[in-house]
Design a protein around this ligand. Sequence first.
Ligand SMILES: Cc1cc2nc3c(=O)[nH]c(=O)nc-3n(C[C@H](O)[C@H](O)[C@H](O)COP(=O)(O)OP(=O)(O)OC[C@H]3O[C@@H](n4cnc5c(N)ncnc54)[C@H](O)[C@@H]3O)c2cc1C
Length: 619
Amino acid sequence: MNTYDFVIVGGGSAGCVLANRLSASGKWQVLLLEAGPADSNPFIKIPNGVIPLIRSDALNWKFWTTPQKACGGRPMFWPRGRTLGGSSAINAMCYIRGHAWDYDHWASLGNDGWSYRDVLPYFRKMENFEAIDKLPGAAEFHGRGGPLNVAEHRYVNPLMTAFVDAAQQAGHKKTDDFNGAQQEGVGYFHVMQKDGERCSNAHGFLAPALGRPNLKVITGAQAARVLFEGKCAAGVRYLHNGRYAEALARREVILSAGAIGSPHLLLLSGVGPRAQIEQHGIQPVHELPGVGENLQDHLDIHVTWEEKTRHAMSLHPASLWRSLKALFQYLFGRRGELTTNLAQAGGFLKSDAAQPIPDLQWHLVPFIYSDHGQNLTPLFKYYAFTLMTCFLRPESRGNVRLASADPLARPLIDANYLATPRDMEALVQGFKQARKVLEQPAFAPHRLLEHPQARRNRLPPGRHLQDGPRCDGGGRRAPACAWPRQPARGRCLDHADPGRRQHQCADHHDCRACGGPDPAGCGPRGGRARLCGRAGNRRCDGGEISKHVSFRGMAAPRRGPVVVPARCLRFGGGEDAAGQRTDRGYGSPPPGELQQRRAADAALPAGRQQCGVGLGAHP
Ligand SMILES: Cc1cc2nc3c(=O)[nH]c(=O)nc-3n(C[C@H](O)[C@H](O)[C@H](O)COP(=O)(O)OP(=O)(O)OC[C@H]3O[C@@H](n4cnc5c(N)ncnc54)[C@H](O)[C@@H]3O)c2cc1C
């Protein structure tokens, strides 16, 4: 049995930051448990290695959702990183924090300390923004010298340039910095890379801390449940090398297992909706109805064009020479196509002019993105590019539920995409705008045909899907999930298209699912990510984000896996908001408080106790 001050579950984007900050002072013993292996696979470092990582069984949880009603009953593929660095080790590296409005909105919902003014210092502190002296006004929004390196592209695919030009021809503004004064517009993403290699959170935050004697990292250690003394989290039971082991926490157990892993672990531990827990024979520890609820994700819809200049990435035999050149350039100088994150350009736009801020995002990728990257066959046949549109503030809410009490069994993930007419309508508007951009003159040299396979009508969209009278014929607004109950009869984009096969995929930006500061009372309190009703336990990852916003997952609090821990623990280790050092900077109880709480609790009548009742049953 091992005892530490802090036990962190999940060595992903958030867990790496936590491990660094909590071990920085040297005062506390910290244990980091990561289910996956160490991050030594070379594809993690190579930015272009995203596709093999998406397909990796070892480094990716490769979740699937339950069949999605509004998407033709298709289950959606949900990649999630399973290694040190977590999803930051397999993601697309786009550095997008979100719109200032998003944070101010969170604050207005009762999340004290989450306004843009509050979080900006943490963003600046964590960054080393390479373009800070190049972009006018960048110093107001960016930092230098921080552990997360943010770079410009070393190579830009000509298709990306065509996109940025075409979008301007279609009337969109250009922006040089999506995280600066103006998010709206089109441009090139900045990327979390250093010297042509991925800068995952394991690289940026964990690696510098690995030599500290007070930090222990165990990989291949999958937490099976949180151990409780009554309602106080006291440690973690985990599976390592085929055997169960336990680690106890003197101060706190911190769950950073991601928006799926953390609620799953809470449910396995008896924290969540009582009926669901009991249904699987797990002894309830604390009834918290919000656990597993409120899951949110971005859904992408694609327009794909076959391309004639052959700048697209392809596995076509004709691209062999180009691939060898790219390999050579990368190996001898970290330059060329292998340094690209695939989604190099994109933009933020409004689904309609009345929106106060952009609510749609574009990413252009220089290939056919088929079946969530699972189906590579079209890559052998075609040179093509895909413009992906996602709606940034979905109203639809899904959930994560237990499939079984077996900690190794996958949870049931229901994203519940397109459950509201607004989500559908916004995506359709984005789709139409995307198509308009691709039809501009700047794309003329590249364009050949909207989706190559549309010729055989196998994979819509194709030109046969156009604006027109509503497919239900009566001018009524058809329900979002019209497909497949009411398959497209005509040539109408409005509601047939988004529900059809192959055009949508999850955008891998899941968040929440552990509640939030809501009356159901599951989540973070006072901006410090404590789970109410339980001492000594805290959530700190993408699941902590209270409401989906206009960013991707990693840099922003989708997305807060970096800023959530930074904000909850006061980034900088033991500093208060004013930057003064303080022993309570980590938000943990002061020495002795937990013991006092346990003693006080023991004096309470049975049934009212919250702590000190002994460890719960272990699996
Ligand atoms: C393919 C893809 C592309 C993306 N592109 C971008 C992008 O371009 N820009 C961006 O900002 N965001 C992007 N994201 C989203 C972003 O990477 C995530 O939102 C973010 O990394 C989530 O951080 P997290 O700390 O919440 O979870 P994660 O980083 O996923 O970390 C969770 C960790 O917990 C571990 N774990 C889970 N369960 C257990 C357990 N029981 N015991 C022990 N360990 C456990 C996991 O193995 C993992 O390492 C992308 C995500 C994916 C999957």
